[in-house]
Design a protein around this ligand. Structure first.
Ligand code: ZN
Ligand code: ZN
Length: 300
């Protein structure tokens, strides 16, 4: 990957090696819990490393990657903040199984859908068809929420992940992420042997958005509707019907079947239909998810 001159990249193993010492983690935690910037002796007092030479040695190892030194003292870099964030997030684990919750919005087949959360995975299943969706969600997201709020909070969290991806940032490593709209069958790992009675219909006719991080190669797929929730035509269509789309549950926008289809492959065009109060708006996108056409109340 080409880097601008002010960005340098170290080997990941080397970076991880910097953290392979309890004393260094203690320094990062002291900066996180203290009132930055923190002076040398105050920081030394905050950690349990008696020898000042030892303390200095470990602190120096952290400077650049995780800590910066300013005139007033030491501060965490963004990566230093994120390491602490990961430690906080990692302090939550899932224990046991959450009681499933029925969602208010129906599947596009008309069936009711149930939300499950287990092993850091949110799963939505329809009781009438085999349509299932799965999303990775860290347990820290639910730290302060009541049981019945879990699907709403999960939906809000997913919106932030998708928005972040659409602005071009990987949710895992903050590296540059790209997205492409394509046929369902173009997604790496698509199983050609999938059964014919796929509830989604013919997978070649179904569009999906594939997000890929150029730095860590993390891949995430999302529906076309999800990816358009902040587009002005979609926001305005809802607003004109008196709806602030930010207040809508993301689960209203998850059904593929009759709402999303590939219209042509060369050039690639896919469309999705938003419906409010019986009015419809068909939004047509190209492979870069640019809106190329909007069609009100298209006969389908
Ligand atoms: Zn269904
Ligand atoms: Zn990444």
């Amino acid at each position: 990957m080409q880097q601008p001159q002010f960005v340098e990249q170290a080997e990941p193993e080397e970076v991880f090696g910097l953290l392979s010492d309890d004393n260094r983690v203690a320094i990062l935690r002291a900066l996180w819990n203290g009132d930055e910037p923190i002076g040398f002796s105050e920081l030394h007092d905050a950690v349990d490393i008696g020898d000042s030479g030892q303390f200095n040695y470990h602190l120096k190892k952290l400077v650049d990657q995780f800590v910066t030194r300013a005139e007033e003292g030491y501060e965490l870099t963004v990566a230093g903040d994120q390491i602490n964030g990961a430690i906080e997030s990692g302090s939550y684990t899932t224990s046991g199984r959450m009681e499933p919750i029925q969602l208010d919005s129906l599947c596009s087949c008309g069936g009711t859908r149930t939300f499950y959360y287990e092993d850091e995975l949110a799963t939505i299943e329809c009781d009438s068809c085999s349509l299932t969706a799965r999303y990775d969600i860290p347990p820290s997201v639910f730290a302060d929420c009541d049981h019945e709020e879990v699907p709403t909070v999960a939906g809000r969290y997913l919106r932030t992940v998708i928005e972040r991806l659409h602005h071009g940032f990987c949710p895992r490593c903050d590296g540059p992420a790209e997205h492409t709209a394509c046929q369902f069958t173009d997604v790496p790992g698509w199983d050609e042997e999938e059964p014919e009675d796929n509830p989604l219909g013919n997978p070649r006719e179904l569009p999906i958005v594939l997000h890929e991080c150029r730095q860590c190669e993390h891949k995430i797929t999302s529906g076309v509707q999800y990816s358009l929730l902040t587009h002005p035509v979609v926001v305005a269509f809802h607003y004109d019907h008196g709806i602030d789309i930010r207040d809508c549950s993301i689960w209203e926008f998850t059904s593929f079947m009759d709402r999303e289809r590939v219209r042509s492959t060369d050039p690639f065009r896919a469309s999705t239909v938003f419906t409010v109060d019986g009015d419809e708006l068909t939004v047509v996108v190209d492979e870069e998810m640019r809106v190329v056409e909007t069609i009100p109340d298209e006969a389908t």
